[in-house]
Design a protein. Structure first.
Lengths: 277, 238
């Protein structure tokens, strides 16, 4: 007969496998996800950089983020028009496009929207990369669109009052207004040659993103209500471009299942031999 | 299968206890799955040791298992035996897939809500006399500068609060200003979000750096108004 401790060992190992499967499986089923990140869906055949209404956008899951009046900097505002932005994103491995959608009752020449990213590895304050007192912060990269300009500006800031346009303009924007809703598409190559100024988007990696919107309406005296730092802003959220599909998980699972199957055969054969001996 | 009945009941009972009973005992909390797994493993080892103490009990314990696995004289259980042989590799494969799959969740960032203040902001006492006039003036400043985010009711639910993560502090909550000293509030109001140390994630906080806009005396009055309005008292050493 087979040494008993060897068989016990085999039996224990198979038991551990089953137990682990039950416990781990049970744990992963109980996850619930909130809208905390924008997921840029991988697509083929060119991203719709010029068409906010392209059919391809329906394949990108929408994420909704709440907006607040900007209060951090002293030229603050107490109330803003835009309360939420709905964000979708697509990429094709080369270019990325981000669609920002929000309700604005009137179309004005000074309507504007912007995306903000951290640049490099240093953390940056969500309010224009304001200097922090105990932490050395980095710059922010701002992609800014204004209705009357009809294009995007690629900018950097390291605190309020330091905003400046880049030498290399890599960002495009295209917007359409209908039924009280703005749809603005920002687009750029995932990577640029200027890592000290531009956010670099590596598929599969989470980066930080924030949003700003200006309603270009005017008050009774003909002055702009929302301008400069008087705008709607969001906190930092996450952004990730989908990595190319990775099937290695299925491969590992198949190998593990085959090993378990083989183990069963060996175990039973040994047990049968032990019985007949 | 008599010798196997008790161990199976024991394992199932143990799992049910750890998963459903223990978390409901007052003062307890749900156990992480890794801990449940460890406890079940210990239970299983205990059963195996106990059942193999004597040759007699060992045969009574292993005999049915061996017969089941080899399929000799088990009659109607044959179908169950094949079921186990199919299910076991599938479970192993499923578990392997689950443990190697890339997570769709963003990285978790821990943030210390009340990090230690710099040395010069510990132990300061409020230099403004606590008179009804000063408290009222403090509440007036609070209404003008703080209430848009921290709320007219001191509950952190001001009209400007909705988009900010971390959410503005709720002063009526006993875990905020009630467990802090006035000195600490003075630091947080004066230096704002950008004054936090790295463990406080300063890049996320919308709290203005009020030292740029308000004199110290106003800040001390605001602190008084906050405690009074939120019906809380500062923490003291007594």
């Amino acid at each position: 007969m087979k040494p008993a401790n060897q068989i016990i060992g085999m039996f224990l190992r198979s038991g551990i496998g089953v137990l682990t499967a039950i416990v781990v499986g049970g744990a992963t089923l109980s996850f619930a996800q909130e809208s905390v990140s924008v997921r840029a869906t991988l697509m083929t055949g060119g991203v719709p950089v010029d068409d906010p209404n392209a059919a391809a956008w329906s394949s990108a899951p929408p994420a909704t983020f709440p907006m607040s009046p900007q209060v951090h900097w002293q030229n603050r505002i107490q109330e803003v028009t835009v309360k939420d932005v709905i964000v979708r994103a697509l990429h094709d491995g080369k270019q990325v496009a981000v669609l920002v959608e929000y309700a604005d009752p009137t179309q004005d020449p000074d309507d504007a929207a912007a995306l903000e990213f951290m640049v490099g590895d240093k953390k940056a304050h969500f309010a224009h990369g304001q200097p922090m007192l105990q932490v050395e912060g980095g710059p922010v990269n701002i992609w800014f669109w204004k209705n009357k300009a009809g294009k995007a500006v690629d900018m950097n800031a390291k605190g309020f009052g330091t905003l400046k346009s880049q030498e290399h303009q890599d960002v495009k924007a295209k917007a359409v207004y209908s039924n009280g809703t703005w749809k603005v598409v920002f687009s750029r190559d995932l990577a640029t040659g200027h890592a000290d100024e531009d956010v670099q988007i590596t598929p599969g990696q989470f980066i930080n993103i924030a949003f700003a919107v200006w309603d270009g309406r005017k008050d009774g005296a003909g002055d702009l209500v929302e301008k400069g730092s008087q705008k709607a802003v969001s906190s930092w959220w996450y952004f990730r471009a989908d990595a190319p599909p990775d099937y290695s998980g299925y491969m590992y699972a198949a190998i593990a299942a085959a090993l378990a199957l083989g183990f069963q055969f060996v175990l039973i054969r040994k047990l049968k031999k032990g019985q007949s001996a | 299968m008599g010798a196997l009945g008790k161990p199976i009941i024991l394992m199932v009972g143990m799992y049910a206890f750890l998963k459903f009973v223990l978390p409901n005992i007052p003062g307890s909390a749900p156990l992480p799955s890794s801990l449940i797994f460890l406890y079940l493993l210990l239970t299983a080892s205990g059963i195996v040791i106990f059942e193999t103490l004597s040759g007699e009990s060992k045969d009574a314990f292993w005999g049915p298992i061996q017969r089941f696995l080899t399929g000799e004289n088990i009659g109607g259980l044959q179908a169950l035996r094949y079921g186990v042989f199919i299910l076991f590799p599938l479970l192993v494969g499923w578990q392997t897939y689950g443990s190697t799959a890339v997570s769709d969740l963003p990285p978790t960032e821990s943030r210390t809500i009340h990090p230690a203040p710099p040395g010069e902001y510990t132990g300061l006492s409020n230099p403004v006399p606590k008179t009804p006039e000063n408290i009222m003036q403090g509440k007036g400043f609070y209404a003008a500068y703080c209430s848009p985010c921290h709320g007219g009711n001191f509950d952190g639910k001001g009209p400007a609060a909705r988009g900010y993560i971390p959410a503005p502090a709720n002063f009526a909550d006993p875990t905020t200003i009630a467990m802090l000293q006035e000195s600490y509030l003075f630091w947080r109001i004066k230096k704002g979000g950008v004054g936090l140390p790295i463990e406080g994630a300063p890049w996320k906080s919308a709290m203005p750096r009020w030292e740029v806009e308000l004199p110290d005396e106003w800040i001390w009055k605001i602190i008084m108004g906050e405690y009074d309005g939120a019906h809380q008292s500062p923490r003291t050493w007594e």
